[in-house]
Design a protein around this ligand. Structure first.
Ligand SMILES: *[C@@H]1O[C@H](CO)[C@@H](O)[C@H](O)[C@H]1NC(C)=O
Ligand SMILES: *[C@@H]1O[C@H](CO)[C@@H](O)[C@H](O)[C@H]1NC(C)=O
Ligand SMILES: *[C@@H]1O[C@H](CO)[C@@H](O)[C@H](O)[C@H]1NC(C)=O
Ligand SMILES: *[C@@H]1O[C@H](CO)[C@@H](O)[C@H](O)[C@H]1NC(C)=O
Length: 388
């Protein structure tokens, strides 16, 4: 202590800073063809009263946008916090039992394109738009690396929270809205989750409309020349778990959506026939989830009247569909049996790659017409993927 106290201030600062840098967890830049810019925005739907808000205010939806920037036009990459601070400490507390040290989520940084050459801005909205919704009561923020990776393949990806359902929503002004308790989202109560899904689907329709507005998009991407084209088969939707169910139900009812993916989510909601492409991604051994094991999937399958596929990923669990596996891998924490029970035995970095590749390949097929054999006969690069 005495010796430490004798160090010049500069050296002390250096020591502290290097300890801090070591503790920081930096998500690698996405590997796709594009750099990715990102921003968040609170969108307020003045046409809807929030059904959960005790003071009957307008429905507000917190979103993140990840958008592709041609690498030659991205003039600076900046580290940006993975989560805002209150959400990060909330998530830390909720995973403490897994042995994940307090402070972990505050320390995570993503690499975002934070400066775009002015001449690139007029074309920046000329890409397909993809919505994302996460698991029941889950935060959109635990799917940001997945969204960023998809964006790096040339898509504008918008992730959404669903206020009062999401465990914690942190608005840009610091307002925190905690989720309601579990009794409001009890899968055993007949029809309850169907009505929760209808609220989510309305959030998604609203957010998609907002992404078509120049005034909104210019707040997200300063200098953008116009809104995104959210019509003419240029928009799609993927989601995890309850968000996957939302994506499929929204596909069936919103003519602007061209395709959807349900990542491992039991289906709820008002189902109707659709001829649009739909993909179910479930799990293979050792904890299978497919249309044989899940009657809601068998039912949903009969409503898919166009291109439809089901694939299963081996050696993963329900919570592997998101950033968790990647984050655990990057943290270097020992992968305990408790952690494996959450994310499966497949290496966390690998499962992240496999899932992002399946999602990207589907959207490249349906939105860009890129040919693939993945959904016919599998791929030697993705042996974990079983075509059902
Ligand atoms: C985690 O760290 C935060 C910020 O330093 C602190 O407020 C909180 O009490 C800590 N939680 C636990 C469980 O130690
Ligand atoms: C859970 O929420 C419901 C409806 O909002 C409320 O009536 C109930 O008292 C809450 N239960 C607990 C344990 O807080
Ligand atoms: C279910 O969807 C159909 C077709 O879009 C619609 O006519 C019907 O009103 C919907 N039912 C409910 C309960 O939302
Ligand atoms: C679903 O999983 C079960 C159990 O692994 C398997 O027997 C069945 O063939 C699978 N069904 C499909 C359609 O892949």
């Amino acid at each position: 202590m005495a010796r430490l106290a004798g160090y010049p201030l500069q050296i002390l600062l250096c020591l502290l800073l290097s300890a801090y840098t070591q503790a920081q967890l930096l998500i690698p830049a996405p590997k796709g063809q594009y750099a990715v810019g990102q921003n968040t925005i609170k969108l307020v739907d003045t046409s809807r009263t929030d059904p959960y808000d005790p003071s009957h205010g307008h429905r507000a939806v917190m979103t993140s946008l990840f958008y592709p920037v041609p690498k030659r036009s991205c003039t600076q990459i900046c580290p940006v916090p993975y989560m805002p601070p209150v959400t990060a400490s909330y998530i830390d507390a909720s995973v403490a039992a897994l042995g994940i040290p307090n402070g972990t989520f505050e320390s995570i940084r993503m690499q975002a394109c934070c400066s775009v050459a002015p001449k690139a801005k007029k074309d920046i909205t000329k890409v397909p738009v993809i919505l994302f919704s996460g698991g029941l009561q889950g935060t959109r923020l635990l799917y940001s690396a997945l969204a960023q990776t998809l964006a790096s393949a040339g898509y504008a990806v918008i992730t959404m929270d669903h206020t009062y359902e999401t465990s914690i929503v942190e608005f840009p002004d610091g307002t925190i809205i905690p989720g309601l308790n579990d009794t409001n989202f009890d899968p055993e109560v007949p029809g309850l989750l169907d009505s929760v899904l209808a609220i989510r689907a309305a959030d998604a329709r609203f957010v998609l409309t907002q992404m078509g507005l120049k005034s909104v998009v210019q707040k997200l991407i300063p200098g953008a020349a116009c809104g995104f084209n959210v019509k003419n088969g240029n928009a799609a939707f993927y989601g995890h778990s309850f968000g996957g169910a939302t994506a499929i139900a929204a596909l069936m009812h919103d003519s602007r959506l061209a395709a959807a993916i349900n990542l491992d989510g039991m289906q709820f909601g008002n189902l109707t026939d659709t001829k649009k492409p739909a993909l179910l991604v479930g799990r293979a051994e050792p904890s299978p989830h497919n249309r044989t094991t899940d009657a809601t999937w068998a039912q949903t399958w009969t409503h898919f009247k166009g291109w439809r596929r089901e694939v299963a990923v081996a050696k993963i669990e329900h919570n592997t569909f998101g950033d968790t596996g990647l984050l655990i891998k990057l943290s270097g924490l020992p992968v305990s049996d408790d952690i494996k029970s959450v994310i499966g035995s497949l290496d966390g970095g690998r499962s992240f790659t496999v899932i992002t590749e399946v999602v990207r390949t589907f959207f490249d097929l349906v939105l860009k017409g890129k040919k693939t054999g993945l959904f016919e006969k599998g791929s030697k690069d993705l042996p974990e993927v079983v075509v059902g």
